[in-house]
Design a protein around this ligand. Structure first.
Ligand code: PHE
Length: 339
């Protein structure tokens, strides 16, 4: 029996040594130390021994058991350590690898120029106003002296939500909101999106941007309008830039004008870009119609005002020499990267 015990001890220790994973080790634990294991099997035969032999073998069995247990727990520790080590090795980060660069975006050219124009007007004491893009017919047309069936509505066909609600065709609608809510003196610009059901081509888009301007106070004249716009254009295009006002008609201004800016390319001489004109049309403007003032509860015998509406895309295209409006909306990376 002594030999058997020693053989089990030897076998167990060498089996533990060559064992490679925890599951296998656990099977070995059951094999040697379990209830139906080899060691228990031997101890069950103790009854056959003589009274002198029993304590000797009993003691030996205890020593063997504790040696096997120690060897087992040593191996368990070792396996846990080497598994942790392997895991750490597998998860190491190679800090010598070059990092992934985050691509930094930049402002869209429309935003760049809009911000610049806002800055210029803030510097002249203007405030920035805002209005809804989904608008009542009243604000987009009627309050601007464009009653239903007015022929000028035809030039600004838009997208209707209902008979009475539409996508605004012009930021002039914000004029009405501002004058309803604020009494003179008023000095605001209102940048924003406008919509018209135009087919897309190099100079048209169903969505584009305008910047509306509105000044209402006592004694405001056409000279204030011209001076303000001249300031704007000189800040945008340089000191020597000139503007020119041509008579025009808008239902909500009287008198009305179209404002041309000296061609940035030929400086007024006439070239291909301005089609020989020397000037390029940039915006509509005029003195706020008394009917519009009165409709917003402003006494037109006391107050007068001017308004203008600037096409942002046109300014951007002139500024960066862009010849196709579609480039501004296609989001082509190669185009946008240049700004
Ligand atoms: N809203 C006009 C347009 O879209 C422009 C304009 C604004 C004209 C303000 C006069 C005064 O064409």
């Amino acid at each position: 029996m002594k030999e058997q015990l020693e053989a089990i001890q030897k076998e167990a220790i060498s089996a533990f040594e060559s064992c490679l994973d925890t599951k296998e080790l656990d099977n070995l634990r059951v094999k040697f130390l379990g209830k139906k294991g080899l060691l228990t099997g031997i101890l069950k035969q103790m009854g056959k021994l003589s009274a002198e032999e029993r304590p000797v073998i009993g003691q030996l069995a205890n020593t063997v058991r504790s040696k096997i247990e120690t060897a087992l727990s040593d191996k368990q520790k070792k396996l846990a350590e080497s598994m942790l080590e392997a895991k750490m090795k597998a998860e190491t980060i190679d800090i010598t690898l070059p990092g992934k660069k985050n691509k930094l975006g930049s402002l869209h050219p429309l935003s760049i120029v809009e911000n610049e124009i806002k800055e210029i007007f803030l510097g002249m004491g203007f405030e920035i106003a805002d209005g809804p893009e989904v608008e009542y017919d009243y604000y987009n047309f009627e309050a601007l002296n464009l009653p239903p069936d007015h022929p000028a509505r035809d030039t600004q066909d838009t997208f209707y939500i209902t008979d009475n609600i539409l996508l605004r065709t012009q930021t002039s609608s914000v004029q009405v909101h501002v004058m309803e809510n604020k009494k003179p003196p008023i000095r605001v610009i209102a940048p924003g999106c406008v919509y018209r059901s135009d087919a897309v081509d190099a100079t048209h888009s169903p969505l584009f941007h305008q910047i509306e301007g509105l000044v209402v106070d006592k004694g405001i004249t056409m000279a204030d309008l011209k001076g303000t716009l001249e300031q704007l254009m000189q800040r945008l295009y340089g000191e020597e830039c000139k503007i020119r006002l041509r008579p025009h008609h808008f239902p909500f201004t009287e008198p009305s004008a179209e404002v041309d800016v000296m061609c940035f390319n030929c400086h007024g001489k006439g070239c291909r870009i301005c089609k020989g004109e020397g000037y390029i049309e940039l915006l509509g403007a005029g003195m706020v119609h008394p009917k519009v003032l009165e409709g917003c509860g402003i006494d037109s015998s006391v107050y007068s005002g001017f308004a203008f509406g600037l096409g942002l895309e046109r300014v951007v295209m002139r500024r960066y020499n862009i010849d196709d409006l579609r480039l501004l909306f296609e989001n082509d990376y190669r185009f946008l990267e240049q700004f």
